[in-house]
Ligand binder design. Structure first.
Ligand SMILES: Nc1ncnc2c1ncn2[C@@H]1O[C@H](COP(=O)(O)OP(=O)(O)OP(=O)(O)O)[C@@H](O)[C@H]1O
Ligand SMILES: CC(C)(CO)[C@@H](O)C(=O)[O-]
Ligand code: BAL
Length: 295
């Protein structure tokens, strides 16, 4: 696997692959690779002739300077972890390659980017949409691979690829979890040992709430119970815990169609996110069954 740092070197390679009629898959990352990322790389290698993994900690998607400063940077071990997978290139552009002086364009997606992480991290999805559009074009990508752990991001990217008539097909991949259920995430590295033990409560409360809701239980009550369980386990703040329809991410107050529960919460100064599917009910309980449920 070659490490490439400039757009010009990348272009020379992608053009030679194109001349040979080869397909190109891209896996955008911010590094600190774990088995979640590697599952995307494995799939990309199975479905494309050539694979580019990108590593760029994108300043435009961080609304919190401390979060950006503390983001893990582990290029050498990332390159080592990728070696057995057969990716062709690790593309590591710097800020000047991505945002040269005078850069003045933002890609902004409405609708699916609103609320959830878009509400809690103002400007975040503009930064993501702008950088992934550039990465798809720089890599001349036929396919791009994204994890469902960042489900709202996946929907934002699907929308922008369709709206901008990009040729890149967006492939969503399931969330990879630790044995105790915690969704793998680069930010997990920042949890102390005590917090690491508490963190899987996120997956447990989401699973419990999803089960209650898909059996017809009241959404508001299930979410209140989940919030109480998180706070008593030691989480400091809950940015959001919401039921949204899937895939348009509209707020739902009952599971009358397929939906997802979305959660972002702070533990030990680290912001963790997760989501789980909620099956739509075949027969929807009426307002009479649940008089306290909001309409
Ligand atoms: N546990 C996971 N399972 C599947 N895909 C994942 C997982 N974690 C991250 N990804 C995907 O990997 C890609 C790159 O993500 P990123 O580099 O931000 O890693 P991350 O672990 O999500 O880090 P962060 O701590 O910033 O959330 C994204 O498409 C993301 O959805
Ligand atoms: C897609 C992405 C690499 C864009 O910077 C980032 O948001 C991420 O790692 O999920
Ligand atoms: N995993 C999404 C990238 C971010 O948190 O900024």
């Amino acid at each position: 696997m070659k490490i490439i740092r400039t757009k010009a070197d990348l272009r020379a390679l992608t053009e030679s692959w194109r001349r040979a009629g080869e397909t190109i898959g891209v896996v955008p990352t911010m590094g600190a690779l774990h088995a979640g990322h590697l599952s995307l790389v494995e799939r990309a290698c199975a479905e494309n002739d050539r694979v580019i993994v990108t590593l760029f900690v994108n300043p435009k998607q961080f609304n919190n300077p401390e979060d950006l400063a503390k983001y893990p940077r582990t290029e050498d071990s990332d390159a080592e972890k990728l070696t057995p997978y057969g990716a062709d290139i690790l593309y590591v552009p710097d800020g000047a390659q991505m945002y040269p002086e005078g850069f003045a364009t933002t890609v902004s997606v409405t609708g699916v980017s609103e609320g959830l992480c878009g509400g809690a991290r103002p400007g975040h999805f503009d930064g993501v949409a702008t950088v992934v559009t550039k990465l798809f074009l720089q890599c001349d990508a036929d396919r791009a691979y994204f994890g469902e752990k960042d489900y709202q991001q996946l929907q934002v990217v699907i929308r922008l690829a369709e709206d901008l008539d990009l040729k890149t097909e967006i492939v969503g991949c399931p969330t990879v979890r630790e044995d105790d259920g915690l969704a793998m995430s680069s930010r997990n590295l920042r949890l102390g040992p005590g917090s690491r033990e508490i963190a899987p409560v996120i997956a447990q409360v989401l699973d419990d709430a999803a089960r209650v809701i898909s059996r017809g239980g009241q959404v508001a009550q299930a979410l209140d119970n989940a919030r109480a369980a998180l706070l008593s386990a030691g989480f400091d703040t809950i940015d959001y815990l919401e039921l949204r329809s899937d895939p348009d991410l509209k707020l739902m107050t009952r599971a009358d169609r397929p939906g997802r529960l979305f959660l972002a919460a702070w533990l030990d100064g680290v912001r963790l996110i997760d989501n789980v599917p909620v099956a739509g009910l075949a027969s929807v309980p009426t307002r009479k069954d649940h008089p306290l449920e909001p309409a």
